[in-house]
Write a protein that binds this ligand. Structure first.
Ligand code: NAD
Length: 421
């Protein structure tokens, strides 16, 4: 809990004002030597970014009087029998773990809806200002990141895609997201303002006539990236955190070999160049020491059949740009730029691709951390860390938050690994 409070405090006010951590340092205590963080980080306590983990006791030599109930032969037999019955019932192949496709929102969303947040609530009155682009419901990474930033004391400003804005604001007003808005102290996450935005257009001169007159854009104005940044500056002054949590590939369901030039370029425009454009326009209104993050996917560097339409190329560009932008924005404005390579989540955008349940199942079966599906909040917490002064030395990095799936070189449930003997 001490470490959690510390993390929240440094995100809110900067390291200098963070409250003092426990003095008692032990063998497991790491001192932040040669940095201005003089507070010790106690590695014995609860990890601030994960639910508590039960640490197993050291192994003892089994004796007739000390057989753990976990490895008791009779209970093991019973467990195996019930597992076999369950497998027969759902028709699963041995060795393959399944999650119910009837509940595509899986455990990740259940936990995500709960108010059990790892960061303690901090007052937002002196908090940093974050602009989060790519929130149009409570199911995706943008929402989870906003929630973790709000939990840590940030003032959260949203940029929502124009065609999705109306329904999002209506749902918000009618309380549809109230359960998901709950912070750890029971209060509801508030958005300082929701701006209309379309990250595909830099200035109004770029907007073609059919979009200007499109009824999904009617009633909104100043929604290009440049105009949006101007409005944010006018209303809030400088910001500290810039989040790019958006992507769009109109031909994502098509293999690359069948992708049109227009489809490919549209994927890059919405999913990669949008990040460059945002940093160009928001960089000048960011405070020194600020941080920008985006969301990428493993398909940028490994083949994920089904993630087509140039989306894999768009994510590769996003990751490469993260490095170049880290250099340029770091030198120009003192801003850090990182990206998070997230594991699969059943968000609205992911469902549109059509195979997200398979990806979640695959990860659940094959990732090193196979006890649970990935939670959006785990990405949110990593984002909050990356945007905090705790990550002041991290820039140009791609951080994997995917239960470790990226590290695997073998699908553990591959048919070819099955033995007949
Ligand atoms: P999501 O549907 O919650 O978020 C995507 C958002 O992008 C939506 O709010 C949509 O309105 C917005 N958007 C689309 N085009 C836009 C435009 N032109 N201008 C402004 N906003 C626009 O889905 P998500 O899965 O949370 O996606 C967030 C990010 O996470 C994306 O970059 C996505 O590629 C990435 N990601 C997702 C997964 C996954 O499995 N869901 C895995 C890795 C990375």
């Amino acid at each position: 809990m001490a470490t959690q409070q510390f993390t929240a405090n440094v995100l809110r006010t900067g390291a200098r004002n963070a409250r003092k951590a426990p003095r008692a340092a032990s063998r497991m205590t790491v001192r932040a030597a040669q940095t201005d963080l003089t507070l010790p980080i106690d590695l014995r306590g609860e990890c601030p970014f994960r639910p508590p983990v039960v640490v197993p006791r050291p192994m003892r030599r089994p004796s007739p009087t000390r057989i753990s109930p976990r490895i008791d032969a009779r209970s093991m037999r019973r467990r195996l029998q019930s597992l076999a019955t369950r497998r027969r019932r759902i028709g699963a192949r041995p060795g393959r773990r399944q999650i119910s496709t009837l509940r595509p929102q899986n455990d990740a969303t259940d936990r995500y809806r709960s108010s059990d947040l790892s960061f303690p609530r901090s007052s937002s009155s002196t908090g940093k200002k974050a602009f989060v682009a790519g929130v149009a419901d409570d199911q995706g990474f943008g929402w989870a990141i906003s929630k973790c930033l709000a939990q840590a004391g940030c003032e959260v400003i949203l940029g929502t895609w124009v065609p999705a804005l109306n329904i999002f604001e209506t749902s918000l007003r009618r309380g549809k997201f109230d359960e998901s808005r709950k912070l750890s102290d029971g209060s509801l996450m508030e958005f300082a303002k929701v701006y209309p935005m379309d990250a595909v257009f830099d200035t109004y001169d770029d907007v073609p006539e059919e979009i200007r007159t499109n009824k999904r854009y009617a009633g909104n104005e100043k929604w290009t990236v440049a105009e949006c940044a101007e409005q944010v500056e006018k209303d809030f002054g400088k910001i500290d955190i810039l989040v790019h949590s958006l992507a769009n590939g109109p031909e994502v369901a098509k293999p690359l070999l069948e992708t049109s030039r227009n489809g490919y370029l549209a994927a890059l425009s919405a999913s990669s160049y949008s990040k460059v454009s945002m940093l160009q326009r928001f960089g000048p209104i960011m405070n020194k020491g600020g941080a920008a993050i985006s969301l990428t996917y493993l398909a940028s560097e490994r083949i994920i059949p089904g993630y087509g339409g140039g989306m894999s190329s768009a994510k590769a560009a996003l990751e490469s740009d993260t490095q170049v932008l880290a250099y340029e924005a770091g030198r120009k404005w003192g801003i850090r730029v990182n990206t998070i390579s997230a594991g699969p989540l059943g968000s609205r955008a992911a469902k549109a691709i059509g195979f997200i349940d398979d990806m979640i199942n695959y990860s659940l079966t094959n990732a090193p951390l196979a006890e649970k599906p990935l939670s959006a909040m785990e990405i949110g917490q990593t984002a909050a860390f990356l945007c905090s002064p705790l990550a002041s030395g991290i820039t140009g990095s791609c951080i994997y938050v995917d239960n470790g799936l990226h590290a695997m070189g073998l699908a553990t449930d591959a048919k070819s690994l099955e033995r007949s003997d």
